[in-house]
Design a protein around this ligand. Structure first.
Ligand code: MSP
Length: 630
């Protein structure tokens, strides 16, 4: 049977692994584990891209041969994947013979089919991107992709007749709406295909670059590193031997948004030329910034996954990556946001639930999971059960739509419901009365059962946590995703807290002063011109939620007509989030963005009151969002 085949990009061995590399690989691991949980056979591939100019230069800088450099560097990726519990089935290095021979085979086939020709190339070359551009393609004389300077170049090279596939590719994208995801990226590729698609230069003369796979029919050339790298997706499954059919076409290529064109256009057209089917889905995720800035070595703000794992554990890091930002969108990393999520979701919600339930079982049931009341549960227990059962569909749907943060939110609904259930049922009171014994047992059983189900759904996201939960619950057999109901009578094995709270100094960031929480205002007179500098706008609140870890702050989405703003407002003690939806408010729209508890606030709402909020400024009339206030 065909396996569920999922890939990550193969990473260059010229850069140390950072949060961006970890992100794609963790997401791919989640998908691989989830599909295994659904009972599918999965082939999950990752690896390293070891040829090309970047690697040759990195090695030259160190004064060693490229292969020696790659041999040393590859272990950084391999070690990180082990530490992050990545469950890949294979790891490809493009310098391995099983790969280089297939690249040559592919080139030979394309040559024989006259898909490749030799021509003199005149144009511009972007060294860091290793891409050629024509004069017309340049933007202000620079690389249209990365904005860096380009060098003039004239040389004889081999070209792949990519342009002839333009219409076929456009049709394929039109007819297969899930081929390129998310939708915004699909439109981006279609936009790219509006312009004439040229042919692709796929060789580099050895006189200029020697570190690559030799052309089988011309020893003076090596293969363009992108063609070399893309072929890994079929070389590993064994192309051209029939074995590759157990994997190909790939179900999912996960990539970052910067390398979508090479996958959606170069790879797709190469596959067409080889008469191979295209992958089912190409998903391009967003990029991480760090404290609001682009991540770069020169800025010194590169997030090292190893440091995060050492400080907080692999699962907490995995959780943050998948929970914090909708997959597909850009996101921001900050230590504050990480610690906030860790303490509220992991230490408070999940960690507490497990230790609480196990303590109760230890105290009131001799450390054994009791039998529930045979006559059925009480309504609250049924509610917990219903929440658990609902995960079957909601988690499946969220993952199918790549909404990993939503899937985790759903699992946390069960965590929260079970925590609330224990409070509602107050087993410590039930234990005082013999006649409540059955009810007490049902509460303990229901809590243990909810935890078991949580651990099953959590296992693709946080495999080690899931395993530890299972161990502390006294172990239970491996089961399919939808098996509800497990044995009773097993002895629990309490262990250390899953996520010890991270204590830190409570600092009040200067930004956390809000319209309502700041110092008492002084009132110097200001000129009209100064007042006019304020851009005050009418807005409609379209989303509102509590900022976890704070009872004062709400995270609001305010619609300004042409754009939406995310605003952190200190009005949580005055208003419950729900009643704010639809309310028309006044936003200071040109306030410098500020970070409040790690979250960016893009403006400030006007409200009456000082430390205590008396009321939000709003309108008598139904003002359209975006209207100016003068
Ligand atoms: N070797 C090519 C891929 C060839 S695949 C046939 C390559 N390698 S890379 O080492 O540069 O890694 C690229 C991956 O890391 C991309 O998916 C890219 O989007 C991702 N990221 C690099 N920086 C990133 C962020 N700051 N945030 C998220 N992902 C980012 O390209």
């Amino acid at each position: 049977m065909k396996k569920f085949y999922i890939t990550t990009p193969i990473y260059y061995v010229n850069d140390s692994p950072h949060i961006g590399h970890a992100y794609t690989t963790v997401a791919a691991d989640l998908m691989a584990r989830y599909h295994r949980l659904l009972g599918r056979e999965v082939f999950f591939l990752t690896g390293t891209d070891e040829h090309g100019q970047k690697v040759q230069q990195a090695a030259a800088k160190r004064g060693i041969l490229p292969k020696q450099h790659a041999d040393e560097w590859v272990t950084r990726f391999q070690c990180l994947w082990t530490r992050l519990s990545i469950s890949n089935n294979d790891f490809i290095r493009t310098t391995e013979a099983r790969h280089t021979s297939v690249v040559q085979e592919v080139l030979q086939r394309l040559w024989d089919k006259k898909e490749i020709y030799l021509d003199t190339y005149e144009g511009w070359y972007c060294l860091p991107d290793e891409r050629f551009w024509t004069e017309k393609e340049l933007l202000d004389g620079k690389c249209p992709d990365c904005g860096r300077p380009v060098e003039p170049l004239q040389e004889r090279n081999y070209f792949f007749k990519m342009g002839q596939y333009q219409d076929r590719l456009r049709r394929h994208i039109d007819q297969n709406s899930s081929f390129i995801q998310p939708e915004s990226r699909r439109r981006e590729v279609l936009g790219f295909l509006e312009k004439p698609l040229g042919d692709l230069c796929i060789s580099r003369p050895k006189s200029r670059l020697s570190w690559g796979i030799s052309f089988p029919f011309d020893p003076d050339y090596v293969t363009y590193v992108w063609v070399d790298a893309l072929v890994n997706y079929i070389s590993v499954p064994g192309y051209p031997d029939e074995a590759y059919l157990s994997c190909w076409p790939a179900d999912l290529h996960l990539v970052g948004k910067d390398i979508l064109t090479t996958h959606a256009v170069y790879w797709s057209t190469l596959l067409m030329a080889l008469d191979l089917p295209l992958p089912n889905t190409l998903f391009a995720h967003g990029w991480w910034t760090v404290d609001g800035e682009k991540m770069s070595k020169s800025r010194g703000n590169v997030v090292d996954p190893n440091e995060m794992i050492t400080a907080f554990g692999a699962d907490a890091f995995r959780y943050f990556l998948l929970r914090e930002v909708p997959f597909g969108q850009d996101g921001n990393f900050s230590k504050e946001a990480f610690i906030l999520r860790y303490n509220s979701d992991l230490a408070n919600d999940l960690g507490n639930l497990l230790s609480r339930a196990l303590n109760l079982i230890e105290r009131f049931s001799d450390g054994k999971i009791p039998e529930p009341d045979a006559e059925g549960g009480h309504p609250e227990a049924e509610e917990v059960k219903a929440t658990a059962i609902s995960l079957h569909d909601s988690v499946r749907t969220a993952i199918a739509q790549f909404e990993f943060h939503v899937a985790l939110g759903e699992i946390w609904r069960l965590v929260e419901r079970t925590n609330r259930y224990i409070e509602q049922m107050a087993p410590w009171n039930l234990a005082k009365n013999r006649k409540d014994k059955k009810r007490l047992d049902t509460v303990l059983y229901t809590a243990a059962e909810a935890l078991r189900i949580i651990s099953v759904y959590l296992s693709p996201f946080m495999p080690n946590t899931a395993e530890e939960m299972r161990r502390q619950l006294g172990g239970f057999p491996d089961g399919p995703l939808d098996a509800i109901g497990h044995g009773t009578g097993q002895t629990i094995a309490k262990g250390k807290p899953l996520f010890p709270r991270i204590e830190r100094e409570t600092r009040v960031a200067p930004e956390s002063k809000t319209a309502t929480g700041g110092p008492a205002p002084s009132h110097p007179l200001i000129a009209l011109e100064d007042f006019k500098k304020l851009d005050l706008r009418a807005g409609a609140i379209v989303e509102a939620q509590k900022v976890s870890g704070s009872d004062k702050l709400l995270l609001l989405t305010v619609d300004l007509g042409e754009e939406k703003r995310q605003v952190v407002a200190g009005i949580g003690k005055r208003y419950a989030p729900d009643i704010l939806i639809g309310k028309k408010v006044i936003l200071v729209a040109n306030l410098k963005p500020a970070r409040i508890m790690g979250i960016e606030s893009q403006g400030m709402l006007l409200a009456a009151g000082g430390k205590e909020v008396l009321g939000l400024a709003t309108f008598l009339e139904d003002i359209p969002p975006g209207a100016q206030i003068r």
